[in-house]
Design a protein around this ligand. Structure first.
Ligand SMILES: [Zn+2]
Length: 255
């Protein structure tokens, strides 16, 4: 999986030349990394830093789906699981965001940091408190499937990995829908707070990657957005995104 980034210098240059709306700009790409801050060298040789403005759970789900497309079904299940667990973390942090000081949240988080079952318990009860009902969760079959894959070396087939991915997607999208209703602006404040930040670097830029799980724009997307479809139906467009891309700010390509 490659992330489509931006070169801020190319965009600036283009604005200076007054051709931003007539000239296409090459999109630099990178492998995904832990920090969320990427060193970019574009095809014109500009060296910049780009912060990818997505929450980690959004990127992990795409990483899983790309693995699935390439036939790595065990790895797909592992990334989908990581995505779900990091979503639980995001929900917990967002639910507390404007009520508890951040350093206190950080301190308390340390006591459940390596215990996913404890995090799940916190998620269930914070969901109950903020949304007023029980959240969707993986059912018993999905939980034992996940444990077999992650802990027992079980090798799933494509259909099993897809079904598990859809399961995770439904749980997360259902919760995002409820967060949009119940959290108001706090949702976006928390989302922004936990994005990667590149402190004070003059040559640094930010860009948002279009992901299948998408707090800002989901869970119901505009008409024609491929993300309203099933994962299977999305496959061709995900594969197409792997080709070199050019970015343009104009609606119609000039002849
Ligand atoms: Zn450039």
């Amino acid at each position: 999986m490659l992330l489509n980034l931006i070169c801020g210098e190319c965009i600036k240059e283009s604005m200076k030349n007054n051709d931003l709306f007539t000239v296409e700009i090459m999109v630099p790409v990178s492998q995904i990394s832990e920090s969320g801050i990427y060193d970019v060298i574009c095809d014109k040789g500009h060296k910049t830093k780009v912060a990818v403005l997505n929450n980690k759970f959004e990127l992990l789900f795409d990483l899983g789906f790309n693995g699935l497309i390439d036939g790595y079904y065990r790895e797909a299940v592992s990334s989908f699981t990581a995505s779900l667990e990091r979503f639980y973390e995001f929900f917990i942090r967002a639910a507390l965001h404007n009520e508890i000081k951040i350093d206190v949240i950080e301190d308390v988080w340390k006591s459940v940091k390596s215990q996913s079952e404890h995090q799940l318990g916190a998620y269930i009860f914070l969901y109950l408190k903020t949304v007023g009902k029980k959240p969707l969760l993986l059912n018993n079959n999905a939980v034992s499937f996940r444990n077999d894959v992650i802990h027992k070396g079980f090798i799933p087939d494509k259909e099993q990995a897809l079904e598990y991915g859809e399961n995770v997607r439904k749980i997360v999208n259902d919760a995002i829908y409820e967060m949009k209703t119940c959290f108001g602006d706090t949702l976006y404040q928390a989302y922004d707070h936990y994005l990667p930040h590149d402190e004070g670097e003059e040559d640094s830029y930010g860009c948002n990657i279009t992901t299948i799980l998408d707090v800002r724009n989901g869970p119901k997307f505009q008409d024609g957005d491929i993300r309203n479809n099933s994962l299977s139906e999305m496959t061709p467009s995900i594969i197409a995104k792997r080709n070199p891309q050019r970015m343009r700010f104009f609606k119609e390509k000039l002849a």
